[in-house]
Design a protein around this ligand. Structure first.
Ligand code: 18C
Length: 257
């Protein structure tokens, strides 16, 4: 409760979101809080297995099955210089730029704009031959993390995406299989010591620490070996492409905290 109140006060006082409420307010608050805590917990507890590594990027998984369907939770960490947490999260949240970086998409429709930082989206993803094509319907929420939850960082932002339902777009309508997902991107900005000599920070003084967590339920049966091969190929491809995209998009623009 205390934490929820902090989130609310923070968003209102900093003017990032309207104070309005809507039908998903309490669910979004609860799941975003859970995801923030989950993202901040480490991968050094012996239950996570490293499966991909590229430069600063590390990807971990836990092999889990539900009724024989592989739903392996993923946790990835990455470090990118020259961008802020806000820039990273805004580009991940903003549906208007999604086709610029999301390579698994065929079609995307924003079904509802709940506030200036929350929306409901329906996505049709590319087909993995010969499996039935998948779609995903989820709410998405962008939020600044309260200062006292940032640990040693200058600031932190989070985007949380979570499956939901919509009466006009029922799941498994014959054409697509609906995936289930809970995904978050949590980013922290770190400034190097130049800040202390009084000059305003430039992109050279910034480091963004990224944590990406995903649990995707494929929704209908698919062979475990094929699913794990898709996970292994798609997650690293996504994180490399997305972070490179934000870096390029922001490099010649003023820094946005
Ligand atoms: O987080 C990411 N993107 C966000 C914005 O789009 C958002 C969306 C997540 C959707 C995840 C579910 C996607 C299902 C995709 C199916 C096919 C993809 C492969 C296409 C290849 C051409 O949060 C970044 C998401 C990064 C990509 C994750 C891939 C996860 C794979 C899930 C497999 C689901 C079963 C597919 C059927 C395979 C049958 C053998």
């Amino acid at each position: 409760q205390l934490y929820l109140e902090k989130l609310r006060q923070n968003s209102v006082s900093e003017g990032q979101t309207k104070a309005e409420t809507h039908r998903l307010t309490s669910e979004i608050e609860r799941i975003t809080m859970e995801q923030l805590q989950y993202a901040q917990s480490g991968v050094e507890d012996g239950v996570w297995t490293l499966f991909a590594e590229d430069g600063e990027m590390r990807m971990y998984k836990r092999e889990e099955e539900i009724d024989g369907l592989a739903v392996d939770p993923l946790k990835a960490v990455h470090t990118v210089k020259g961008v802020t947490a806000r820039e990273m999260c805004q580009h991940f949240y903003n549906p208007d730029v999604r086709f610029e970086w999301e390579t698994t998409l065929e079609k995307m429709t924003v079904l509802e704009r709940l506030s200036d930082a929350a929306c409901v989206v329906l996505q049709v993803h590319k087909k993995v031959w010969p499996a039935t094509q998948r779609d995903a319907l989820f709410w998405s929420h962008l939020r600044k993390v309260p200062k006292d939850m940032c640990r040693d960082a200058h600031d932190a932002w989070i985007v949380c995406n979570n499956s939901t339902e919509h009466p006009n777009f029922p799941s498994n309508n014959g054409k697509f299989i609906r995936v289930g997902l809970t995904i978050c991107l949590m980013c922290q900005t770190y400034l190097d010591s130049s800040e202390e000599n009084g000059s305003p920070p430039t992109r050279d003084n910034l480091t963004c620490k990224i944590t990406y967590c995903a649990v995707v339920n494929p929704g209908g049966w698919a062979p475990t070996s094929v699913l794990r091969a898709v996970y292994k190929r798609e997650y690293p491809k996504f994180l490399k492409k997305f972070t490179q995209y934000v870096f390029e998009k922001c490099r010649d623009k003023p820094v946005c905290f």
